[in-house]
Each structure stands twice: as structure tokens, then as C-alpha cells.
Design a protein around this ligand. Structure first.
Ligand SMILES: [Fe+2]
Length: 186
């Protein structure tokens, strides 16, 4: 039997303690998800291989749940905001919860039947991601976007399904974020 335990989460940085897993994604890791690869290569050349997002987690052996934070830096590649890769879950019957701690974001959701939805992310928003909806979070603000996620340890990430990309992209328009067709059919 597992013992109860508190984990401390810093809302501004996304740091968690204790932390059992941590990974980072930099511009060069995300070349396939941004539309403007020329702009991406130019950024890497001029500014270095900048951090785009990092994921930190707390996971206990034998637990059914795990949770952690995702922290997306502010920035854009061309007109497209910094964002996560996006994924379906391997388990088609398992969803997730995103509780935003800091910053301003959009949660782009795409169902397996092709429907697209977008939810606003802001401190206090707690987003229900139903099973079988792919999800990508996008930092549309000037500060870090930090959110806590909670899901089943069996859910798994299936990136292959979105290899061609998602159906919509979120870009910086003249008066704020705009959602455009990406040309990819779901
Ligand atoms: Fe997920």
C-alpha cells in the first residue's frame, strides 16, 4: 500500500519537488511541428537552440495516477507561438486534466472524428480533456505558461497519429492570436 504525500509546485516556474522525471524540448527538437522551418533555422543560428518547453513529473511505482507540470516559454517561430508537440493517448479510454497556474494559453483539441475545439488557458482554468481528443497547448502570452496535468499512468502518449500535424495552427494576428487551417485533414 502506498503512503499519501504532498508535492510542492511552484506556479511561476513549474518546478516540482520531489521530481521523478524531467525532459526539455528545444527548437531543434521541434523542427517538424512548426510551419516556418526557415525561420526556425534562422532563430537557432542567431539566438541558439532555445528552450521551448519542459515537462516535470511526479510518479510513484504502483500508482494509478501521476501528475506534473508543463512550462512553455514565451516566443514565436515566425508568426506561430511556442507550443507543445501535441498527442493522442495510446489508451483511447483515458483523458487528462490541465490546471493552469500562470500565463495565458490556448488548448487546441482535435477529436479522432475530425472535430476541433479550442479552450482558453489562464490561472484558475481547469480544462477537462476527454478520452480520444488529441491535445496541444500553446503559449499566446508574454510570460511563461505553466499548467499542472493529471492523468492515468497507463494513458501513454501517441505522437505518431499526429505526424502530419494538427488541422489548425494558432498564429499571431494583428489583434491577437488567430486560428488558421493548417491544410492537414484529420
Ligand atoms: Fe496527454
Amino acid at each position: 500500500m502506498l503512503d499519501p504525500q504532498n508535492v510542492t509546485i511552484d506556479a511561476e516556474s513549474g518546478a516540482i519537488a520531489p521530481e521523478t522525471e524531467h525532459y526539455e524540448k528545444r527548437l531543434s527538437d521541434l523542427r517538424q511541428i512548426f510551419a516556418d522551418r526557415i525561420a526556425l533555422d534562422r532563430m537557432v543560428g542567431e539566438e541558439g537552440d532555445r528552450l521551448v518547453y519542459q515537462v516535470r513529473a511526479f510518479r510513484k511505482n504502483e500508482s494509478d495516477l501521476w501528475f506534473g507540470t508543463t512550462t512553455i516559454e514565451p516566443g514565436r517561430v515566425g508568426s506561430e507561438y511556442f507550443m507543445t508537440r501535441g498527442h493522442f493517448h495510446k489508451r483511447h479510454d483515458m483523458g487528462e486534466v490541465y490546471h493552469t497556474q500562470a500565463g495565458k494559453g490556448l488548448l487546441l483539441l482535435q477529436a479522432r472524428d475530425g472535430r476541433v475545439e479550442i479552450l482558453e488557458m489562464h490561472p484558475g482554468s481547469c480544462s477537462f480533456i476527454p478520452p480520444d481528443w488529441a491535445h496541444r497547448s500553446i503559449n499566446v502570452g508574454d510570460d511563461r505558461l505553466v499548467f499542472v496535468w493529471v492523468c492515468n499512468v497507463e494513458a501513454g502518449n501517441d505522437y505518431g497519429e499526429l505526424e502530419k500535424g494538427m488541422q489548425r495552427r494558432v498564429i499571431a494576428g494583428v489583434s491577437g492570436p488567430e486560428m488558421i487551417e493548417s491544410g492537414v485533414r484529420g
